[in-house]
Design a protein around this ligand. Structure first.
Ligand code: MG
Length: 305
């Protein structure tokens, strides 16, 4: 729309100058006023568009992270180097005997939408696909500490930039309406965005150690090892949640503590006691990201051999 105004203004401008000697003075004045108005609208629109785009690449009006070096979603934060993964890593990994299969490609019986509604995401071949604008889905079961395997693929048709390209997410402990910890899913193959929001980031907190993203349309793997936050009998935090993540065979987080449930443009914190167990949640961020082969193993600290 903004570019339309600018183009229209410049077009009328050219027309006005071409015609200025043939139009009567009153009409010329009106036409030139229209020219000026459309050009101003156009420039305002383009400026707004540029500002919006720049803002999408990061923010500096956000709180500082505890390191004191970077803002939340800082555009200048050190960018993880791109590392090409091997062709496959845990792609198609069969579930171990003690795993709970959350999705084997056939149905969504282990999942539900908001307030227990049946999920509307589509199933094709051996994968599920985000049905945009139908909302997040989460597991019916809740988990404490766990090992999670899943595979995802970004849309082959590349649309949008930065956070608008292939956005989804895996909430490690996704609490409906109470927040969770988002491991970002995004198409970050040649798609700059703020480092703590790129694919593999613990959103708004920690960028991945490397950018391990494959091309759009290619299947990628996450192998996730998660330890929930712990609280004492006085409801005080005694251990933050932490996570280790391998993407396509590359370590992207190693025992990385989480600052608290994920927020946008805010500093995460443990402002209240969180339950030990919570579902796994997949995000509908309005793009048709695909998931397949999802299984999970409970890790029971108390029963260590
Ligand atoms: Mg997301």
């Amino acid at each position: 729309m903004q570019l339309f105004f600018l183009d229209l203004g410049l077009f009328i401008n050219r027309l006005a100058f071409a015609e200025q000697f043939r139009l009567n003075p009153l009409m010329s004045k009106s036409l030139l006023s229209a020219v000026r108005l459309t050009i101003i609208l156009g420039y305002l629109g383009v400026a707004n568009q540029a500002f919006t785009k720049a803002a999408d690449l990061g923010y500096t009006d956000t709180p500082m992270l505890p390191s004191g070096k970077w803002h939340v979603h800082d555009p200048d934060r050190t960018k993880p180097p791109v590392v090409n993964s091997g062709a496959t890593f845990s792609h198609g990994a069969s579930a171990p005997s003690d795993a709970i299969v959350l999705f084997d490609g056939t149905d969504l019986s282990k999942w539900e939408g908001a307030k227990g509604a049946a999920p509307e995401w589509a199933i094709h071949e051996d994968y599920m696909e985000v049905k945009t604008n139908t909302g997040n889905i989460h597991t019916k079961d809740k988990f404490d500490d766990f090992q999670l395997h899943l595979e995802f693929a970004e849309p082959l048709k590349v649309e949008g930039d930065s956070q608008e390209r292939g956005n989804s997410g895996v909430f490690l402990h996704g609490r409906e309406g109470q927040g969770g910890y988002e491991l970002q899913v995004l198409d970050c193959y040649n798609n700059p965005t703020y480092p703590d929001g790129q694919c593999g980031a613990l959103y708004g907190q920690s960028p991945p150690l490397v950018n391990a993203c494959k091309k759009p349309g290619q299947w990628q793997t996450y192998d996730i090892f998660f330890e929930a936050a712990r609280w004492n009998e006085n409801h005080e935090l005694i251990r933050p949640a932490s996570v280790t993540v391998i993407q396509n065979g590359l370590l992207i987080h190693h025992k990385q503590p989480l600052l608290g449930p994920t927020g946008h443009k805010t500093l995460a914190s443990y402002s209240k006691e969180l339950s030990d167990k919570a579902p796994i949640e997949l995000q509908d961020h309005h793009t048709p990201v695909r998931y397949r082969n999802i299984w999970i193993r409970n890790i029971t600290e108390d029963e260590k051999p």
